[in-house]
Design a protein around this ligand. Structure first.
Ligand code: SAH
Length: 451
């Protein structure tokens, strides 16, 4: 058994699905962050977990040929960019290997394509969530949450954020200090400001700032808004979101527009989209266009299809496909996103699409009961994947084509295995799009057809 603070030297056998390097040490496993396969490292044991121990790097004795110096100064502490120590040229290869490995593990035998990489891997995030902390010196710091903890890692500029958004965050820090706005204290449940969320329209340059506060009473609100707008005339809307609950979910239910329209717009694949505070919108605009283009290519549409866009968000995929088919139905659980989707169809004068607010599983099950015909099912579920109800109902509907888009290949492969048992086969290969450069995540697309 290993003890805390014990120092161990070992070789990284492989990297697990979460991006941890694994050292096999006698009977035990040591999980190490920020390493590459085959590297020889000296680590200090810091924690014991169910699956093994956590080791922090003290020294990299033998670095990998794929190692590079991360460009970010808080890279190791922040933990959001798990791959910044890996040469960029090797990141795509790594992500592909991880997916191939997952397919093997779940016995899915399909070809996996090379990753489609971003032209510019920096400054791609169009949504940022910032936390705040007051230091012992009473100075306010903006930052990100350290992995698995509630500690804030202070930052000034993030390589993934648009620069103008980080400038806004720095101004907010000064204004919080100047106007003596209290930072929310999770443990004592005192203070006011919990988070700031910023959304950025890549094409329109519109910016939304959301102050997430604990209560409706927000004393310095007017001056905060005035001074922030004076410093940043590029902000197009400011929203107050009230979240009084003890929860790690960022946004609360109540909202109040403090300035502007309360949402931003952006242009994606030539269409205009309204995006409000709580709606989902793909994080990386340019790579999202690559993803949608690839996805729609796979469908080879004829113009006569009835399409269901399941888990449709603000209707982006469905609206991109609408001009190429007869009719589209979008289904989405988040009612704010559905409202956005309905207005987005009007905004773009798309008449052959309608949206419903429902659980995708129960909606497809109703369609199956009503013996509806559907030619194409596009599904893009959250990280947890789809439900058994959804998959079995889709099979009962006998939809000829299913296009599965996913931000988590692990659950996607699981669901594809289920669909195979329900009478589907994979057509062609799995396409990978790097939507999240420098992180472990990857977006994948797969087409299934009825046998
Ligand atoms: N296709 C969209 C959104 C994908 S993200 C796009 O490309 O932008 C996944 C979406 O699924 C989110 O909008 C989320 O609100 C929605 N969602 C999550 N669970 C759901 C469920 N059970 N039924 C329907 N929608 C759901």
């Amino acid at each position: 058994m290993l003890k805390k603070k014990q120092v161990v030297t070992g070789t990284i056998a492989h990297i697990d699905e979460m991006g941890n390097g694994i050292i096999k040490y006698r009977e035990d496993m040591i999980l190490v962050r920020g390493v590459l396969p085959q590297e020889e490292v000296r680590v200090e044991i810091v924690k014991r977990l169910q699956q093994g121990y956590v080791g922090n790097i003290l020294e990299i004795i033998k670095p990998s040929e794929y190692r590079c110096k991360p460009k970010c100064s808080i890279y190791a502490k922040c933990g959001s960019c798990q791959l910044m120590h890996r040469k960029q040229s090797n990141q795509a290869q790594y992500k592909k290997e991880q997916v191939v490995e997952l397919c093997k593990k779940q016995r899915l035998s399909i070809p996996v394509e090379d990753v489609l990489c971003a032209g510019n891997p920096y400054h791609y995030r169009n949504k940022m969530i910032i936390g705040f902390q007051k230091g012992r010196d009473k100075r306010i710091k903006a930052g990100f949450y350290e992995e698995f903890s509630h500690r804030i890692i202070p930052y000034e500029a993030c390589l993934l954020h648009p620069k103008e958004c980080d400038d806004i965050v720095q101004s907010i820090v000064s204004l919080i200090q100047k106007l003596a706005i209290e930072i929310y204290d999770e443990d004592r449940r005192t203070g006011l400001l919990r988070h700031v969320l910023i959304r950025y329209g890549k094409v329109t340059k519109q910016i939304m700032v959301v102050f997430v506060v604990r209560s409706n009473v927000f004393p310095a609100r007017r001056r905060l808004v005035e001074e922030l707008l004076k410093a940043h005339s590029n902000i197009t809307t400011i929203v107050q979101n009230v979240n009084p609950r003890k929860t790690s979910i960022v946004l609360g239910n109540e909202e109040r527009i403090l300035y502007g329209k309360g949402y931003i717009e952006d242009i994606l694949c030539g269409l205009r989209f309204k995006i409000s505070c709580k709606s989902f919108y793909q994080i990386n605009h340019d790579q999202c266009e690559v993803l949608y283009t690839k996805a729609l290519d796979k469908l080879m549409l004829t113009g006569n299809e009835v399409v269901l866009d399941a888990y449709c968000g603000i209707g982006t995929i469905g609206m991109c496909v609408a001009s190429k088919v007869k009719q589209v139905i979008g289904v989405e659980l988040n009612k704010d996103a559905v409202k956005d989707a309905i207005q987005n169809a009007k905004l773009n004068r798309i008449r052959n699409i309608r949206f419903l607010c429902d659980d995708a599983g129960s909606f497809v099950s109703q369609l199956a009961k009503a013996q509806q015909t559907l030619d194409v099912l596009i599904m893009d579920p959250p990280r947890s994947g789809s439900s058994q109800e959804f998959l079995s109902s889709a099979a009962r509907l006998r939809v000829p084509k299913i296009l599965y888009i996913s931000c988590n290949p692990n659950t996607q492969i699981r669901d594809i295995r289920t669909l195979q048992k329900l009478g589907y086969r994979v057509e062609g290969s799995m396409t990978l799009v790097d939507m999240f450069p420098f992180t472990n995540s990857i977006e994948s697309v797969c087409m299934l057809v009825r046998k």
